[in-house]
Design a protein around this ligand. Structure first.
Ligand code: LLP
Length: 421
């Protein structure tokens, strides 16, 4: 469910008319809904009600500080994967004791910063990382709470590029090495092993692979406890999918029921790291049609937004619904378009042979479900400035990241002395 709806024939974000918003703020622009972010967080959190748990929003999905702060006020923590994301989470007001830090390649500086900030947990992904972490903790006279991320070798049955839990993936520690690495961790000073973590992939539309992976890791917790390790945390990662194109991913309640069943009597604090589920359908990319161009065999809708603004279709062949903001021509009338952007790449395509309400140059479209892995993955390819992000709240809205200017973008280049004369 989201809060982008037609009222009197025009698409609105909550109570904000997108035609007026585009006139005032220009296009392209990301537009997020506070009500949708709130609802998604609360539905997920309530699905785990009664269990000792912490929901850490995966900042990689959307790391605008206004989005983080919106969720933080509702009690969310943050799952961060870089020192930069940790700084963002802290700046947005997430308390350190609600931050978990995952990632296969944490640098020494990042680990040191995480220890200095006294964050809740560091998710360790290799034996090699442990050594550096221990040194950093000892250097700061601290004890870092860690969990080991297990690679459970389970096929998440999702797109190859967002699958993370198979043996061939770079993530986590091979399940059959965990006992050995747990012993290494226990022998190192400055480290306290608290539990295990996993994350098998993103945009999962079936609970079965999750259940299989959770089962393996829970069995491992029991084994490690039998060997004397005192474990009291289980980090279940993220991964629940959203409907981009009529998929029916498991609802949070079904996920919650499965987790409840599997963890009964386990006596652990659960940590969850949802990203897409919270932010995906809470955002759109608002764009204007520049041209309707007749090709030899197709009709192209050339938008002012491009692959540099939203890379998902080019990178994962992903589907995003595209809606005319003010549909014309009455019920059922449609045209078939290839929807493309202005970037000089054949892969700059949002949709092929898409049936849409008839559109003209100057009309607005909304590229739906762009709240997760949209703005965060944008680039300035073709010297296109980063587009603004706007957060709607009822009838109110605020620009939460202004449009970058081309001047500030190019001012970052520096001419070396030998080219100056
Ligand atoms: N935790 C860990 C350790 C992760 O690696 C990820 C996502 C998450 C949590 C959040 O997963 P979610 O709940 O959002 O599925 N750019 C891709 C998605 C990459 C996901 C990477 N890891 C896309 O646009 O589909």
């Amino acid at each position: 469910m989201n809060h982008f709806e037609y009222r009197h024939g025009r698409l609105h974000a909550e109570d904000v008319d997108l035609e007026s918003l585009a006139r005032a703020e220009g296009t392209p622009a990301y537009v997020y809904s506070t009500a949708t972010l709130t609802r998604h967080f609360q539905v997920f959190d309530r699905a785990l009600e009664g269990l000792d748990h912490l929901v850490c929003f995966a900042l990689k999905a959307n790391s605008n500080q206004a989005v983080i702060a919106t969720l933080g006020r509702l009690g969310a923590g943050a799952d961060v994967v870089s020192g930069g994301e940790m700084v963002r989470a802290l700046a947005a007001g997430i308390p350190p004791d609600r931050i978990v830090f995952s990632g296969v390649g944490k640098s020494q500086m990042e680990m040191d910063a995480a220890i200095a900030a006294r964050i809740f947990q560091i998710n360790v992904e290799s034996a090699e990382e442990l050594e550096l972490l221990s040194q950093a903790a000892v250097g700061r006279k601290a004890v870092a709470d860690i969990v080991l991320r297990v690679n459970p070798d389970v096929d998440a049955k999702t797109h190859e590029k967002i699958s993370t839990g198979k043996g061939e993936n770079k993530f986590g520690i091979a399940i059959d090495r965990i006992a050995e690495v747990a012993n290494i961790a226990c022998d190192l000073p400055g480290i306290r092993l608290r539990g295990l973590a996993l994350h098998i992939g993103s945009q999962l539309t079936d609970l079965a692979p999750l259940e299989q992976a959770f089962g393996k890791v829970i069995a491992l917790i029991k084994e490690l406890r039998a060997q004397g390790h005192e474990l009291d945390r289980l980090d279940l990662g993220g991964g629940l999918g959203i409907p981009y194109r009529g998929e029916t991913p498991p609802l949070p309640d079904a996920y919650g029921a499965m987790v409840r069943r599997l963890t009964q009597g386990l006596e652990v604090k659960l940590i969850c790291e949802p990203g897409r589920l919270i932010a995906g359908n809470a955002g759109i990319l608002l764009s204007r049609v520049l041209y309707v161009k007749q090709g030899s065999s197709r009709q192209f809708l050339v938008l002012d937004a491009a692959m540099n603004d939203l890379i998902r279709p080019a990178m994962y062949d992903s589907w995003h619904d595209i809606c005319a903001v003010s549909p014309r021509g009455g019920e059922g009338s449609h045209e078939v378009y290839d929807v493309v952007g202005p970037v000089c790449e054949s892969s700059d395509i949002f949709a092929k042979a898409r049936s849409l309400s008839p559109l003209d140059a100057g009309d607005l479209v909304a590229i739906m479900s762009a709240g997760a892995y949209g703005a965060v993955m944008a680039s300035t390819y073709n010297t296109r400035a980063l587009v603004p992000e706007i957060l709607v709240n009822g009838a109110d809205y605020a620009v939460i990241r202004p449009r970058e200017s081309i001047e500030s973008l190019i001012a970052r280049d520096q001419i070396p002395p030998w080219l100056k004369s």
